[in-house]
Design a protein around this ligand. Structure first.
Ligand SMILES: NC(=O)c1ccc[n+]([C@@H]2O[C@H](COP(=O)([O-])OP(=O)(O)OC[C@H]3O[C@@H](n4cnc5c(N)ncnc54)[C@H](OP(=O)(O)O)[C@@H]3O)[C@@H](O)[C@H]2O)c1
Length: 250
């Protein structure tokens, strides 16, 4: 192994986008630490020579700290973190379900906060590094039947902007990944047609190129859907609410 080998930590890497991202970085020669709760799935992915499994639940703050300490011991350094672990239960989002909303915020938002807190001192001390947060275009504006997921992603996007300024002083980069529909176990639960849906490998390529080959703050894909959602973002409330109400009625 070369001394200059780059090192990455990916959470939510047992399936879907996180798994594809871990495999893409490994293929590009990076040494990859992967985390999620399902140990067997992680072990299987870690059969690749460049991938190493570190199971955790992102809601367990103490465990997150312990795991990052262990990764640092093993890897000696980490250049990039992609905090991607997330949850979505469409069936439970049709009505206000306080437990579900709390659980979604706990995993999607506070899970990322726990991970960022765990790596904060390391990156600030070495005055280098890059933390990327996986949000969603679903966080751009309020959507129907999304009382937990959408708000959790909106909070993440705002968090990324806020931390961008705070970490910049330490030469630590914060970036945001806002995917459209990607075919994963998460979206397999959706009953509606998902326009322009792409594979996890497509997402992994976009994420790799966005993080490594460009200096952008936000990585979005696929283009066709993200252009539409960026347009929604700048619409006045009255027009946005009218348009989406019409679409939902159809
Ligand atoms: N698919 C899409 O269309 C889409 C679009 C926009 C954004 N996203 C975001 O992309 C990320 C990945 O989603 P995906 O589509 O790839 O779905 P996925 O296949 O269901 O992956 C979710 C990952 O998060 C992990 N996870 C869930 N709860 C966790 C917890 N408490 N602690 C640690 N890991 C946990 C899961 O592993 P374990 O169950 O083993 O813990 C799994 O590895 C999510 O943040 C999602 O919101 C997805």
């Amino acid at each position: 192994m070369s001394e200059n080998q780059k090192k990455i930590w990916v959470t939510g890497a047992s399936t879907g986008i996180g798994k594809a991202v871990a495999e893409k970085f490994a293929k590009e020669g990076w040494k990859v630490a992967i985390s999620a709760r399902r140990e067997e799935l992680l072990k299987n992915i870690a059969k690749d020579n460049n991938i190493f499994d570190y199971p955790l639940d992102v809601t367990d703050k103490k465990k997150v700290d312990e795991v990052f300490k262990k990764i640092l011991e093993d890897f000696k350094n980490i250049d990039l973190c992609i905090f991607n672990a997330g949850t979505y239960e469409p069936k439970l989002e049709k009505e206000i379900n306080q437990e579900q909303i709390r659980r979604t915020m706990e995993v999607n938002f506070f899970g990322v906060v726990n991970c960022i807190k765990a790596v904060e001192n390391h990156f600030k001390n070495i005055k280098n590094g890059h933390i990327s947060i996986v949000s969603s275009i679903a966080g751009y504006r309020g959507l129907p039947n999304s009382s937990g997921y959408g708000p959790s992603k909106a909070a993440l996007s705002n968090l990324a902007e806020s931390l961008y300024f705070d970490f910049k002083k330490y030469n630590v980069k914060i970036s945001l990944i806002s995917p459209g529909f990607i075919k994963t176990p998460m979206t397999d639960k959706n009953k509606f047609r998902m326009p322009f849906i792409k594979s996890p490998e497509f997402a992994a390529d976009k994420i790799y190129n966005g993080l490594i080959k460009s200096d952008t703050f936000e990585i979005t894909f696929p283009k066709q859907l993200t252009i539409l959602f960026k347009f929604f973002k700048i619409l006045p409330n009255r027009i946005y609410l009218f348009l989406i109400s019409k679409l939902v009625k159809r």
